[in-house]
Design a protein around this ligand. Structure first.
Ligand code: CO
Length: 269
């Protein structure tokens, strides 16, 4: 697995991270260019959450400040971590309603794309929906299931995360919308996910999702469309690990491209 060229920024004793003026300027530019294009594309719950969080538009928000808002709504927190963490650590944090956030911000050379999560992806992409009760409950139940799951089952659970929390689409009353953080933090993919005729957009079906390989280094070939966040929450109230056990002998679908990268770490989440 490729090493990140970025290093995590360490919070001080009060949990604050020092970002330079240059880093704040990167945040401001990313925010300003993403905000207008998500208006008619992000799902309503995301746009509501973005408003509730009152994120700074001109400097990198502090995880501690975002957490104090999130706590009011759903009891979640966002905690700074190294750029890439193990499945073990990832699920343990989610089980405690702590969302792990890579703390560095991309440099100017990587404005359009980087294959790993940065603080813009984590906060702008993920945090608004953590204000939504059903979505937040799904994430918590998912974390608890993952925390107790075997290493092999965690890989299947990561695939579910990929096609929902990272790259999911939601059918709203009269239009298809985006809720996946991997899409909403990417200028190009926000438009591509809804408007390109290249990718497949399939109804969400858990067996199908668990069998679909993914790539983190290109725009997605397949998106799964849910009807509501309750559809995700309900998955956690049934025997999700039992479904995974049924899927394992079926194997993955053939990859459309070079195939899912083998990795024991979570990328892009
Ligand atoms: Co992510």
């Amino acid at each position: 697995m490729k090493q990140s060229k970025y290093t995590a920024k360490q919070p001080d004793a009060q949990g604050y991270i020092n970002y330079s003026a240059q880093e704040d300027a990167v945040w401001a530019e990313l925010y300003q260019r993403q905000w207008p294009i998500i208006q008619n594309r992000a799902c309503d719950a995301y746009l509501r959450g973005l408003e509730l969080l009152e994120l700074s538009t001109h400097k990198v928000p502090q995880c501690a400040e975002v957490s104090s808002r999130l706590r009011e709504f759903t009891g979640w927190q966002v905690v700074p971590v190294a750029a890439l963490i193990s499945f073990e650590e990832f699920f343990a944090l989610l089980a405690e309603k702590k969302f792990p956030a890579a703390s560095f911000i991309r440099t100017r050379e990587d404005m359009d794309y980087l294959p790993e999560p940065d603080i813009f992806h984590e906060i702008f992409g993920h945090c608004p929906l953590l204000t939504d009760t059903t979505y937040a409950n799904f994430m918590h139940e998912y974390g608890k299931i993952g925390h107790g799951a075997s290493a092999k089952d965690k890989v299947y659970l990561a695939r579910l995360f990929w096609f929902t929390i990272e790259f999911g689409l939601l059918q709203q009353a009269n239009k298809l919308s985006i809720y996946g953080a991997g899409i909403l933090s990417s200028q190009e993919e926000t438009i591509y996910a809804l408007e390109s005729d290249v990718p497949l957009r399939k109804p969400f079906e858990i067996i199908d999702v668990l069998r679909t390989p993914y790539r983190y280094d290109i725009k997605q070939q397949t998106y799964f469309v849910i009807q509501s966040f309750d559809e995700l929450y309900q998955l956690t109230q049934h025997d999700l690990l039992g479904i995974i056990a049924e899927v394992k002998p079926l194997g993955l679908y053939p990859a459309q491209h070079a195939g899912e990268a083998a990795s024991d770490k979570l990328k892009g989440c």
